[in-house]
Every structure is written in structure tokens, then in C-alpha cells.
Write a protein that binds this ligand. Structure first.
Ligand SMILES: Nc1ncnc2c1ncn2[C@@H]1O[C@H](COP(=O)(O)OP(=O)(O)OP(=O)(O)O)[C@@H](O)[C@H]1O
Ligand SMILES: [Mg+2]
Length: 393
């Protein structure tokens, strides 16, 4: 797939931007702070309904504005769809598909698929488990957009059940409280089992692509492996080589119910929900050691890169080809890793690259760059796209 047109209004530093894009490579060139990453962040938002840089939407709305708009025309196997999202300060966000209002913003998920490489990716390896859960869940949702509804149902039930655990834990427990808790256990297990099914499938499917990507980037290093980590699942479910079975969801639901019942006394005592996919994570290993805490800086970068490359290869092998977004990544990489990434990028249907200086873009990916500039505007810092600059001779 590729993005044919992108329009922004009051998104980050962009008061207004209209861009015509084509398949192949586009390089956004501009000095620091000129709004290059903001462009990729906006595109990433259309694909995931979230930013790779911030957890909340408020910073995405241009300072002084009360709403931001992002729109794109996406061409997938010859068919063009227009998607638009409006981010509102204080009220719910809204979305449109082909200019008609969508009932929920998440209905646009799946229309645009992206894989974004960014300097923030080091947190995939070095950061909290939440980073790796987000990686898994965003990738699961890219493969199966209806999982967004499951994730949102799970989060809602988790919040309500946690509130009940807190209050039931504090007061003398009534029979009614415990009965209500049983009902919430049922809801939690239902949504958890679906989410777990797809996370386990993802780890199983991603595993070979990840191992291969890592070996290509860092052939001298120990082999990279991944595994699903969960204190509540039996070990056989956690083996990435295990073939997913058609009745996994029912089996996982039964396991969740059993684990919730066993954890009940401890949960009431502590007032938190101790069982479920919100406690799980993705293990990243180099040889026999966990990457987190053991991997060198270079190995951590290679692992993060291999996770993204693996995700890209997996999506393109099993669905439609995602748009590749490369945010300032080449400057961080040594020659071998630049070459490995450039080789994948060179074969992608559409690649959007940001760089501060043209020398940061490998020769294989050189394209006539679009210069991003800041100018004018009430804050004196509104970004704009200037004329394409001629390719370096
Ligand atoms: N909500 C906002 N309203 C107005 N400006 C914003 C907002 N959020 C971020 N900015 C501005 O956007 C600019 C950062 O843009 P961006 O991160 O896209 O830069 P960049 O071109 O990628 O720079 P670098 O080369 O350093 O990565 C900063 O100047 C910042 O002040
Ligand atoms: Mg940037």
C-alpha cells in the first residue's frame, strides 16, 4: 500500500500541510526541530491511533489550537480510501472514512498499515514491559484490526475490576461484592483469552522473521530469540515453536478463570489485579541471556531494529505491504546495520525517510528530498514543506 496524499491541520508544529506522495522513496530533509518527525508521527497516528512519542493526544494538537486534523488517501492494491481523524481537546476524537463519519475512531484501523523505525525504539529493548506489550498489541491489531475492540474492552473491564478489588479489599467483604467480582472475572477471562490467543500467535509467527533479521544485522552476535512471558500460563503455551491450536481461546479462558480464582485472596489483600495479559510481556534473549540488562548498546539497537524489520517482513508476508517510516534512524547505525535496513527499505512499496542532512541517507535510498522548513506563523515557528531540493550530484 502507499499514501497518495497527506493533509494536516494544527498537528504539532504544522498549522497546515498538504502533501502529494508517490510510491517509492521520499526523504524529508530539514534541520532539527523543523517538523519532520511530526509528519511521520501523524502518519503513524492514522495507522495505530496513537503516537510513538507520547501516551496522550494533547501534545499532538498545535499549541493554541483546540483541535488537530490528520487525513490521508491510502491506495491498497489499486483501491483508494480516504481516512481522516480529528483530535479534540477535551471531547472525544472523531474519524471519517471516505468523508463519512465513522461510528468509532477505531474503525479506520487496518486501512493504513505502517512500520515505524525511530530513535525511541531503543526503549523496546531497554524500557519497561509496557513498551513490549504495546509493540505486541499494535502488531496484533495491524494483523487483525478487530482486536482494537478487544483491547479496549479488556482495559475497561480491568479498570472496573481493579476499582472493585480496591474497595472490596478495604471494607469488610460482603457476599454481594464477591458475587460481583465473579462476574468481572468472567468478563476479564473472556477478553483476556482472545488477546492472549493473538499475542501467542504473533510471537509464534514473528519468531523466525526476528531471528533472521537479527542474524542479518549482527551476524557476529549470539542468536536472538523471543518468547511470551506470563506467570499465569502453563509453560507449553509459552514456547514460541508451539503451533497455535483452533481451540486455544477456550483453553486460555479456562486457565484465566482458574488463575483468577487462585489469586483472589492475594488480589483482595493487595487491591490490584494480578492475573491477565496486562502483567505479561515479551522476552527478548540473546543466546541464553535476556537482552535487557545484558545486551550492549549496539546489540540493543540491533535487537530493536530486528523487531521492526521482523514486523515489516511478517506483515508483508501475511497481508498487505505496510508503509515504511524511517525517522532519523540511519545516523544511529553502523555501516552493516545501515546496509541491512537500506536493503529492506529499497524493496518496500513506499518508504518515508527523515534526515537532518542528506549524508545520513544511504546512497541506495537516495531520492529527491522534500525540504521541511519552519517559517512565519503567529509563533514564528510554523512548519512548511518547501520545494523539492535537487538530488545531491
Ligand atoms: N503541540 C505543539 N504545538 C506547536 N509546536 C509543537 C507542538 N509539539 C511539538 N512542537 C514543535 O515541533 C518541533 C519538533 O518537531 P519534530 O520533532 O518533527 O522535529 P524534527 O524535524 O524531527 O527535528 P529533529 O531533526 O531534531 O528530529 C519542535 O520545535 C516543537 O516545539
Ligand atoms: Mg525528528
Amino acid at each position: 500500500m502507499f499514501i497518495r496524499a497527506l493533509s494536516l491541520r494544527d498537528f504539532r508544529s504544522w498549522e497546515h500541510a498538504e502533501l502529494e506522495l508517490s510510491p517509492g522513496r521520499t526523504v524529508f530533509l530539514g534541520s532539527n526541530g523543523n517538523g519532520k518527525t511530526n509528519l511521520l508521527e501523524a502518519i503513524g497516528y492514522l495507522a495505530t491511533l496513537g503516537s510513538h512519542r507520547v501516551a496522550a493526544d494533547a501534545p499532538l494538537i498545535r499549541m493554541g489550537a483546540d483541535k488537530a486534523r490528520i487525513g490521508a488517501s491510502v491506495v491498497n492494491t489499486g483501491r483508494e480510501l480516504r481516512i481522516d481523524v480529528e483530535l479534540n481537546q477535551g471531547t472525544a476524537n472523531r474519524a471519517q472514512i471516505n468523508r463519512s463519519p465513522a461510528r468509532r475512531t477505531r474503525e479506520i484501523l487496518g486501512i493504513l498499515q505502517t512500520v515505524l523505525f525511530a530513535p525511541e525504539d531503543l526503549a523496546l529493548v531497554r524500557g519497561d514491559p509496557g513498551e513490549r506489550r504495546r509493540f505486541m498489541d499494535e502488531l496484533c491489531t495491524a494483523r487483525l484490526p478487530r482486536l482494537a475492540a478487544v483491547r479496549s474492552d479488556y482495559d475497561r473491564v480491568l479498570r472496573q475490576r481493579s476499582a472493585l478489588l480496591k474497595s472490596a479489599g478495604r471494607q469488610a467483604r460482603s457476599k454481594a461484592d464477591l458475587g460481583t467480582l465473579d462476574v468481572w472475572d468472567g468478563h476479564l477471562a473472556t477478553h483476556a483469552s482472545v488477546l492472549l490467543t493473538y499475542r501467542l500467535r504473533l510471537v509464534h509467527d514473528l519468531y523466525p522473521y526476528l531471528a533472521q533479521s537479527y542474524a542479518a544485522i549482527a551476524p557476529e552476535s549470539r542468536p536472538a530469540t523471543i518468547g511470551y512471558r506470563s506467570a499465569s500460563l502453563p509453560p507449553e503455551f509459552l514456547d514460541p515453536a508451539r503451533e497455535p491450536a483452533p481451540d486455544d481461546t477456550e483453553a486460555l479462558e479456562a486457565i484465566m478463570l482458574r488463575e483468577l480464582a487462585a489469586a483472589r485472596p492475594k488480589e483482595l489483600e493487595r487491591g490490584v489485579c494480578l492475573v491477565g495479559p496486562h502483567r505479561d510481556e515479551l522476552d527478548l534473549n540473546l543466546g541464553a541471556a535476556p537482552a535487557k540488562g545484558f545486551a550492549s548498546h549496539g546489540e540493543s539497537w540491533s535487537f530493536a531494529l530486528a523487531l521492526r524489520l521482523g514486523a515489516f517482513e511478517l506483515l508483508r508476508a501475511t497481508g498487505s505491504e505496510p508503509v515504511l517510516l524511517l525517522d532519523d534512524v540511519f545516523a544511529e547505525l553502523d555501516r552493516r546495520r545501515r546496509t541491512a535496513l537500506a536493503a529492506v527499505a529499497a524493496g518496500a512499496e513506499q518508504v518515508l525517510i527523515t534526515a537532518a542532512v542528506p549524508e545520513d541517507v544511504p546512497a541506495e535510498l537516495a531520492a529527491a528530498p522534500l525540504r521541511v522548513e519552519t517559517s512565519g506563523g503567529p509563533d514564528g515557528r510554523t512548519s512548511r514543506i518547501a520545494e523539492p531540493v535537487p538530488p545531491p550530484s
